[in-house]
Design a protein around this ligand. Sequence first.
Ligand code: PMP
Length: 429
Amino acid sequence: MNFKKSQKLYTKGLKNLVGAVNSPVRAFASVGGNPLFIKRAKGSTIIDVDNNRYVDLVLSYGPMILGHRHKKVQRAINKALKNGYSFGASTQNEIKLAKIVCDAFPSMDKVRFVNSGTEAVLSGIRLARAFTGKDKIIKFSGCYHGHQDALLVAAGSGLATLSLPGSKGVPEGAVKNTLIATYNDLDSVKRHFEEHDDIAGVIIEPVGGNMGVVIPQNNFLKELKVFLESKDALLIADEVMTGFRSKFGGAQELFDVEADITCLGKVIGGGFPVGAYGARNEIMEMVAPLGGMYQAGTLSGNPIAMAGGISTLTELKRQDPYQQFEEVGKQIETILLAAAEKYNVDLTVNRFGSMLNPFFTNVKVTNFEEAQSSDTEKFGVFFWEMIKNGVFLPPSQFEAWFLSSAITEEDLAKIEKAVNKAMEKVAEI
Ligand code: PMP
């Protein structure tokens, strides 16, 4: 396996692109080496410009839940393209996708489509403030909610990978209403309420996916919701990653918790730029043109993106792959743990349906601090050996791996072989 063409493109890309990437998580900053350039993908396989083939466990960081270029999705997009790409006016398909989303999430009567997860969350936060008339928002360290100023503190994802505490260019004023709590620690939330009486709500990834996979323990989400109700504060569920992924109705269905405001992205666009935020009528009626909270978008509800979303969610519902995800996820977890034991490597695996990842630590990982006890050097060695053996992973210890319903038995055999080789290499350092 060689990466000559990727290397060439990387060097060329550095001239007019920052780090030759358009999102820092795509850089290989914490694993060393240069990013791979992708030529095409089909099903569970992704192919780079050097014609190396990989089982894709990145899946565009989540959206490609049916695998790449599912034929029904492709057909729907081709059809939509023939009618025009953007109108700046309403279309029937927006209503159709809104119904699919609201039917799946009982906590939402109405939804507003935007173009990314970041937009969904920044609008959801504005809405929480508009509805409650309060300014402060609590977020959990290690959770990532997109790159809006107010939430770029103690964030996971690329910031965790690059060891950045926050972002330069964010004025102090922009984060003065952001309070930080510890995931899985309700007391850390309660303490903020003892000190402040102007907290609008708490934003949470109901399953953490941006510090690696971190699962809510015991009844954390339910207890959080009950507590917030008692304080007239809102629960804002950032289901950009978990929506339609762990269950059709997201983590809220699985944990039987209803958020006040829900933010979505990734899977709802099936690979096209779509985000959404939604809530019960009483809250959504605050949004313009019904209410005084302003939020808009030239390309929002884009017809091609709506076609991608409708066809992806319709096929996802038909396939109902959640049991398959559970089984395949369990198989990969077992492969990882068996290899770690064989080669005597400290490893913790966290898994939630079709999201999982290994942490190179012997600590149980239930929050960001515990995740950060992982040995990132070992992850780097592991990552490259997986690449060389044909498995495409996110280039970071702190990103989730994703499964698609297109994964095959052969893919699993390839993953098993690669994991064993990679773990053997890790054991050598
Ligand atoms: N929230 C969560 C939970 C996410 O995982 C992400 C992206 N990984 C975002 C928000 C931001 O979404 P986007 O990258 O589409 O702006």
